[in-house]
Structures are given as structure tokens and as C-alpha cells.
Design a protein around this ligand. Structure first.
Ligand code: SF4
Ligand code: SF4
Length: 90
């Protein structure tokens, strides 16, 4: 499984999640942060530190944000995937 970043990250992007992830699997573009589904080890550390509750285990993503599960996977199939997120917001 994996964890998924959902809609509340858009416009927030404070990077609180990045510093607690033991496998550094957060990536970022201009819109939001994403969790690489093949790298996440489902430790859950990021969930509680997100100030806007944007992160969920894949099987607990709220109905209105289901599309974000696919989006978090699809961004890594782009010709130019998003780079790793820095520990602190710029
Ligand atoms: S659940 Fe753990 S491994 Fe997965 S993104 Fe969050 S902190 Fe990283
Ligand atoms: S802590 Fe939440 S809002 Fe902040 S960057 Fe991570 S997912 Fe986005």
C-alpha cells in the first residue's frame, strides 16, 4: 500500500511531512506534494504532523479525494517527474 497526499496540501505546502519521513519519499511540484507509492513504507509518521490533514493511508482516502491516489502515482510517470521535496518550505 502507500499513503496519499490529498487536496488540502494545495495552497499549504508547509513541508512538515517531509522532515519526518524516514525514507524521504515526498516529491513536489508547483501545485502540491506527492508521496511516491513505491517508496512509502506506510509508517504513518507524516499523517499526524500535517496541519491540514492532507495525508491518508491509500485505503482510507475520503471519497471526495479518491482521484488523488491515482494522481500521486501518475506524477511519477511524467517525462519529467517532480523532484524530491526539500525538508523546509522555500
Ligand atoms: S507513511 Fe511514512 S514512509 Fe509513507 S510518506 Fe508518510 S512518513 Fe513517509
Ligand atoms: S504537511 Fe501536509 S500540507 Fe504540509 S506539505 Fe505535507 S502534505 Fe502538504
Amino acid at each position: 500500500m502507500t499513503h496519499v497526499v490529498c487536496e488540502p496540501c494545495i495552497g499549504t505546502k508547509d513541508h512538515a511531512c517531509v522532515g519526518v519521513c524516514p525514507v524521504e519519499c515526498f516529491y513536489e511540484d508547483e501545485k502540491m506534494l506527492y508521496i511516491h507509492p513505491d517508496e512509502c513504507i506506510d509508517c504513518g509518521a507524516c499523517v499526524d504532523v500535517c496541519p491540514v490533514t492532507a495525508i491518508f493511508p491509500a485505503d482510507e482516502v475520503p471519497a471526495q479525494w479518491q482521484a488523488f491516489t491515482q494522481e500521486n502515482a501518475d506524477v511519477f510517470k511524467r517525462p519529467t517527474p517532480p523532484p524530491k521535496a526539500a525538508p523546509k518550505a522555500e
